[in-house]
Design a binder for this molecule. Structure first.
Ligand SMILES: C=CC1=C(C)c2cc3[nH]c(cc4nc(cc5[nH]c(cc1n2)c(C)c5CCC(=O)O)C(CCC(=O)O)=C4C)c(C)c3C=C
Ligand code: FE2
Ligand code: FE2
Length: 344
């Protein structure tokens, strides 16, 4: 791997701090043509699909890439905003909110693991601004080797090529951070105050392949821990809520219970009114807006459900942005010239 040519690092630059927020990525348009390169990048990552390349590539190039872009594009088209992809729209708002809350001496950027602005582009921008210390915050509260791990790999790949390597800190997880839990609990509470309360609250998280969990990925435990903390904050008992996993991909087994299976089972078990929240996504995206808010509702009603409420993600919620800033400040301790109080 060739090292980058860079300007010499000044003493002042060694201490300049940058913060990089990272989310998964998204196509540039809700079309099959735009879906294809995004899916190709995403699904070629060995952290996402762990099958040997000899086995996986014929399936990826022979079946998935010829067929899936059209189906996925239709899902994206149902939720596309006039400003563009929802996940990008909300990540930009979050970046602006974090910038507003922190002194201008800190450089804040965002990047997407599998689309633009890429991690390489964002780090190049921070480097050009003279940043020598980098804090990376993947916007995945619960660590999964596929999501957070995939993002951090891309950061380290840049480091491998830097001549003057930045000092780097990473935030692997914040699933139990008090500010995040409180923001979620308040979001749910206010929604239910305005729209009424269902018989059950479903916490639906993105799933992962069962094999990844069996190989040591503790993601589902962190998801359940988040749900338990939020439920406690809301004063819910164990019967009042359920944790499930959505967005299954491929033929292998995924962690259970599946959100889609529960949409079918719950009405038969007497749950006619369901509230659904997706705390593993800090931004609404196709997986929440289409799969849960639209298709999920249809599935629940088809199975005999009567009232269905989708509670939006934290998006640009002010309490959540305060919490995110707390996560950042806590992880900058020791790097800051002044202590936390001076930054408020
Ligand atoms: C919240 C964390 C996420 C984990 C963990 C995750 C794992 C994972 N995902 C796939 C396959 C797909 N995911 C897709 C979209 C998508 N996934 C996440 C988050 C996690 N994925 C988000 C935020 C999004 C939405 C992006 C957007 O543009 O709105 C897609 C693409 C859409 C589709 O075709 O259905 C696929 C495919 C796997 C295989 C996996 C774990 C191994
Ligand atoms: Fe995904
Ligand atoms: Fe999906």
């Amino acid at each position: 791997m060739k090292l980058y040519t860079e300007p010499e690092l000044s003493f002042e630059q060694q201490n300049k701090i940058g913060v990089l927020l990272v989310n998964l990525g998204t196509p540039d348009a809700p079309t099959a043509e735009a879906m294809k390169p995004f899916l190709k990048r995403f699904l070629s990552d060995a952290r996402v699909v762990e099958l040997p390349k000899m086995l996986w590539y014929p399936i990826l190039y022979g079946v998935v890439l010829p067929l899936r872009p059209k189906v996925s594009a239709a899902n994206y088209a149902r939720v596309w905003l006039k400003e563009g992809s929802p996940i990008k729209f909300f990540t930009e708002k979050q970046t602006a909110g974090v910038r507003e809350r922190l002194p201008s001496s800190l450089f804040i950027e965002y990047a997407m693991t599998y689309s633009e602005p890429s991690i390489a582009q964002a780090i190049a921008k921070l480097k050009a601004a003279g940043v020598g210390r980098l804090l990376v915050v993947p916007l995945f509260p619960q660590y999964a080797s596929s999501s957070s791990g995939g993002a951090l790999d891309k950061v380290f790949k840049e480091l491998q090529q830097q001549r003057n390597q930045m000092s780097v800190r990473t935030v692997s997880r914040f699933y139990n951070h008090e500010g995040y839990i409180n923001a979620l609990a308040d979001q749910i509470h206010h929604y239910r105050e305005q729209h009424g309360m269902g018989d059950k609250l479903m916490f639906s998280f993105h799933g992962i392949p069962l094999k990844q969990h069996q190989a040591g990925d503790s993601y589902p435990n962190e998801c359940r821990a988040t749900a338990k903390l939020v439920a406690e904050k809301l004063g819910l008992s164990e019967q009042d809520y359920v944790v499930s996993f959505q967005s299954r991909f491929g033929r292998g087994k995924w962690i259970e219970p599946s959100t889609q299976t529960l949409f079918n089972q719950l009405p038969r078990q007497g749950v006619k009114k369901l509230d659904v929240v997706c705390p593993g996504f800090v931004s609404d995206c196709v997986e929440t807006m289409e799969e849960i808010a639209i298709s999920g509702r249809e599935e629940f009603y088809a199975a005999g459900g009567e009232v269905y409420h989708y509670i939006p993600c934290l998006n640009a919620n002010a309490d959540w942005l305060d919490a995110l800033v707390d996560v950042i400040k806590e992880n900058l301790l020791g790097w800051l010239k002044y202590d936390l109080e001076d930054l408020k």
